[in-house]
Design a protein around this ligand. Structure first.
Ligand SMILES: [Cu+2]
Length: 264
């Protein structure tokens, strides 16, 4: 439906619903524009044609203007109660459902990059600590002494996700407010200091089908380097995803080993 008003292609399960809401809102606003236009212009035209008409100062009389006003209010209320509230309840307010299928990722915004953290094969995120943060070697402050850290994967500005599997992102930020935005997946969520916010979605279109990489944009002006706070999302098949995880694990571990050698 979104293509009617020039929305970008939809690449997630919930995206169509968001687009319908936006389209309905535009239809209502168009109706309001036409209705109010007529409402204001009609008296002017009538006045021009009836020179004998007297100006009345006591304001509008009669009940008929309440019809369009009431209709408009009813349409907006229907959209809010019938579509927005149920959508919010299902997709935003409800706690994320995590099954064996679910891919869980932490994303930590920072001026001016997206740090991406996968829990690895054990499914448990290693401990992180702000005192361990090193902007060059350990931007998320992963604790190498925690056994669950050993298979964790950290990646900078590049996220991979398998197609058609539910994703839960735990979004946080190291400094100011950022906003995690995947336009084609209709995902946009502020990252707020001191909060861990979950975002759920299911990608339905692979990067290959889309024809180019999905862009992770920061949708909140977050400082001088905001324009370059840009990452990429590759949606791939399950096999490609597992191959990428294996390769990234090797890279992450090699990088960490190098850092530990350096520290000694
Ligand atoms: Cu930002």
């Amino acid at each position: 439906m979104g293509e009617w008003i020039g929305m970008p292609i939809v690449a997630s399960v919930h995206g169509g619903e968001i687009d319908s809401l936006i389209v309905y809102l535009h239809v209502i606003m168009l109706a309001a524009f036409v209705l109010w236009g007529v409402f204001f212009i009609l008296p002017i035209v009538r006045r021009r044609h009836h020179h004998s008409a007297e100006t009345r100062y006591q304001g509008l009389r009669g009940w008929w203007p309440f019809i369009p006003v009431g209709a408009m209010a009813a349409a907006e209320l229907a959209l809010l109660v019938g579509m927005s509230f149920p959508y919010w309840e299902r997709n935003v307010a409800a706690a994320p459902e995590i099954s064996d299928e679910t891919v869980v990722v932490r994303i930590i915004g920072q001026q001016f990059q997206w740090n991406i953290h996968y829990p690895g094969a054990d499914g448990i995120f290693g401990r992180t600590d702000t005192t361990l943060v090193d902007d060059e070697t350990n931007p998320i402050g992963l604790d190498s002494d925690d056994p669950s850290s050993a298979d964790d994967i950290t990646s900078l500005n590049v996220m991979h996700l398998p197609v058609n599997r539910p994703v839960v992102v735990y979004l946080s930020t190291k400094d100011v407010i950022h906003s995690f935005n995947l336009t084609e997946l209709r995902v946009k969520q502020d990252a707020i200091p001191g909060m861990r916010i979950s975002v759920s979605f299911t990608p339905t279109l692979t990067t290959a089908e889309f024809g180019r990489r999905f862009e992770i944009a920061c949708a909140q002006l977050c400082g001088l380097g905001h324009y370059r706070m840009r990452g990429f999302l590759d949606v791939v098949t399950d096999e490609e995803f597992n191959a990428w995880l294996a390769q990234e694990l090797e890279r992450s571990q090699a990088e960490r080993d190098a850092d530990w050698l350096f520290e000694e």
